[in-house]
Design a protein around this ligand. Structure first.
Ligand code: GUN
Length: 291
């Protein structure tokens, strides 16, 4: 059984990006500049954005952290986006989700200039991804594909079940795994809350990607010997034995599933760090990306 170490792999990716930034600096070019917009004071979002800003510092990027109060109107958020679209200093930016309820998420995502859409959430980016064209691929699916690539996990002709059909993970994951690429070339089943015979489907799969957000949902009886299991879940679960009062749980019951696997990602230290590295990679790409 091989652990797909996202922490070590993401460190390697950050180091590769830092080398590229060094080359840009040496040739007198501008270094990539990422902006992150956060509306409101959601604790988890603050943590994610702070981590993204720290990653920028580590690889040598410029970063701008824009915090807007919870009560900011949709029009004012759209004005901020317009300003970022028109700012030549900013190569790429993200609007941290979720947004407060009074703001229409789709309207905001549509307003982002696709050439600066380093989250890959704009319909133009998603459409290009579906067609196999060069674009920004959203962070978690890109991170998973990169992990499969760097560990030479066999995917061609494999049966793959993706559990969860979210726009930012499950659905793009199902598309990327079915692409005529390496990794890729899988026969993909996209399972969701209405799926019947999920246990049987998973048990027949060579690769299971769990992205439903239910802690320890995938158990040993669902996984065949020699399978590859990718755990996208990361849920805070109360744990009195921890100083913080909570533990991070994946969607997979790791201790009982891991011994059956050829490859498996841990939580934490698997998909999560890869997601962060993907944003840095997209921001580097943004300096010469024109749509
Ligand atoms: N909220 C949870 N994950 C993400 C992400 O990858 N990007 C943004 N913008 N918001 C998120």
């Amino acid at each position: 059984m091989t652990i797909l170490d996202g922490k070590a792999t993401s460190k390697a990716i950050r180091e590769e990006i830092a080398v590229e930034v060094g080359k840009l600096k040496a040739s007198g070019k501008k270094v990539p500049h990422l902006a992150a917009v956060i509306v409101g004071s959601d604790g988890a979002s603050q943590t994610y954005v702070n981590a993204k800003v720290k990653d920028c510092r580590d690889v040598g990027f410029e970063s701008t952290h824009i915090e807007l109060p919870e009560e900011t109107s949709e029009e004012d958020v759209l004005k901020q986006i317009e300003a970022l679209n028109n700012d030549p200093e900013i190569d790429g930016y993200i609007v941290q989700l979720p947004l407060p309820k009074h703001i229409d998420e789709q309207r905001v995502l549509l307003a982002i200039d696709p050439a600066k859409d380093v989250d890959g959430f704009h319909p133009a980016s998603v459409g290009k991804m579906v067609l196999g064209l060069d674009t920004f691929i959203s962070a978690t699916p890109w991170g998973i594909m990169e992990l499969l690539k760097r560990y030479n996990v066999p995917t061609s002709g494999k049966n793959c079940v993706v559990i969860g059909r979210s726009n930012i993970v499950g659905r793009p994951m199902s598309i990327l795994l079915s692409m005529p690429t390496e990794p890729g070339n899988c026969t993909v089943t996209l399972a969701h809350s209405r799926t019947k015979n999920l246990v049987e489907l998973c048990y027949n799969a060579d690769i299971v990607v769990a992205a439903l957000g239910r802690p320890e949902f995938v158990t040993a009886n669902m996984i065949k010997e020699g399978a590859t299991v990718i755990d996208v879940g990361i849920t805070r679960v109360k744990d009195e034995t921890k100083k913080s009062g909570f533990a991070l749980k994946g969607d997979v019951k790791f201790d009982e599933v891991a011994p059956k696997c050829a490859f498996i990602t841990p939580v934490p230290g698997g998909v999560g760090p890869m997601t962060r590295a993907a944003l840095m990679r997209n921001t580097l790409k943004a300096i010469d990306f024109k749509d």
